[in-house]
Write a protein that binds this ligand. Structure first.
Ligand code: KIV
Length: 293
C-alpha cells in the first residue's frame, strides 16, 4: 500500500498519513522572503489544536497562527483580553505537537496575550521565551510606537517577531469597538510611521487588520523586509490570514464583512483550506471590490 492510498477520508476531512510523503521544504524566514521576492502570496490561518494545525499544514498553509482569538472561539470569552500566557502556551504546545506528529513544515507563530509584554522589554522576553519553549517559531504582539523597544530587544536576542497594527483586538476597549483603523490622513500617517518603525526594529512580519486597502498596499510596497499579512485589508498585502472558525463558517457572534466561508461547496475542512490557499495565491481572495473600506 502506498503512502497516498493510506490516506483515509473522514467526514471531517482527509488527515495526513502517518508515513512519510514528499513534502515542501520547511517554512522559514528565508523561505518567506523568497516567496515575497517571487511575488508568491503567503497564506496564514489560525489553529488552536493539533488536528486542525496538521490539516492546515497538509492543505498547504505556510503559516499557522496560534492567535489569542482562541479566547473567543475556544473559550467563549467576549474579547481576547482575558487570555493568559499559560493558555497560549498550552495551545501552542498542542499545535506544535500536531505539526510534529504529521511531519508538518508550517511556520508557527504564537500571540503574546494582553498584559504580557507592556510592562518592560524584560517582561516581553520572558513571555516570548515561554511561547518559544512551547514550540513557537515566532511571537506576535500588537501595537506600534510604544512596542518598538520590546520588538528590538526580542529580535536582538533571537526571537523572530510579527507585529500587528490597525484594529488591534487587545485594545478594542480603547479603540471603541471592532472598527476600521487608519482612515483619514492623520491616522494613515501614524499607522504608516508605526509600520516603518517596526520594520526598522527588526519585525519580520506585520499583520494589518481592518485598514483601508490602498493604505495596506502602500505600506506593503514600502516595507521590503517586513511581510505584511492582511485581514480585512484588501489584496495588496504580501499575504493573508483568517481566523479558522470564521473561514469554516462558524462564528458565535457577527461574521466580519471581509470573511469568506470557504466551507461553502467544499467537501471537507481540508478542501476548504486548500481552496483558501489557492484563492489567496491566485489573488481571488480577498476581492478588493467586496472588501474595500
Ligand atoms: O488572534 C488572532 O487570531 C489574530 C488574527 C486575527 C490575525 O491576531
Amino acid at each position: 500500500m502506498t503512502a497516498t492510498s493510506a490516506v483515509s477520508a473522514s467526514p471531517y476531512g482527509t488527515l495526513p498519513p502517518a508515513s512519510p510523503m514528499p513534502q515542501r521544504r520547511p517554512v522559514s524566514l528565508p523561505r518567506l522572503a523568497q516567496m515575497r521576492q517571487a511575488g508568491e502570496k503567503i497564506t496564514m490561518l489560525t489553529a488552536y489544536d493539533a488536528t486542525f494545525a496538521a490539516v492546515a499544514d497538509a492543505a498547504g498553509v505556510e503559516c499557522i497562527l496560534v492567535g489569542d482569538s482562541l479566547g473567543m472561539v475556544c473559550q467563549g470569552l467576549p474579547s481576547t483580553v482575558g487570555v493568559t500566557l499559560d493558555t497560549m502556551a498550552y495551545h501552542t504546545a498542542s499545535v506544535a505537537r500536531g505539526l510534529q506528529r504529521a511531519q508538518g513544515t508550517a511556520w508557527l507563530i504564537a500571540d503574546l496575550p494582553y498584559g504580557t509584554y507592556a510592562e518592560s522589554r524584560e517582561q516581553a522576553l520572558r513571555s516570548a521565551c515561554t511561547l518559544m519553549q512551547a514550540g513557537a517559531h515566532m511571537v506576535k504582539l500588537e501595537g506600534g510606537g510604544w512596542t518598538v523597544p520590546a520588538v528590538e530587544f526580542l529580535v536582538q536576542r533571537g526571537v523572530p517577531v510579527c507585529t500587528h497594527l490597525g484594529l488591534t483586538p487587545q485594545t478594542v476597549h480603547a479603540l471603541g469597538g471592532y472598527r476600521v483603523q487608519g482612515k483619514g490622513e492623520d491616522a494613515a500617517r501614524t499607522l504608516r510611521q508605526h509600520a516603518h518603525e517596526l520594520q526598522d526594529a527588526g519585525a519580520a512580519m506585520l499583520v494589518l487588520e481592518m485598514v483601508p486597502s490602498a493604505l495596506a498596499a502602500d505600506i506593503t510596497a514600502e516595507l521590503p523586509h517586513c511581510h505584511t499579512i492582511g485581514i480585512g485589508a484588501g489584496n495588496g498585502t504580501a499575504g493573508q490570514v483568517l481566523v479558522l472558525h470564521d473561514m469554516l463558517g462558524m462564528n458565535l457572534g457577527k461574521m466580519p464583512k471581509f470573511v469568506r466561508n470557504f466551507m461553502d461547496g467544499a467537501g471537507s475542512v481540508r478542501a476548504a483550506m486548500e481552496t483558501y490557499v489557492q484563492a489567496v495565491k491566485h489573488g481571488h481572495f480577498p476581492d478588493n471590490a467586496v472588501h474595500a473600506w
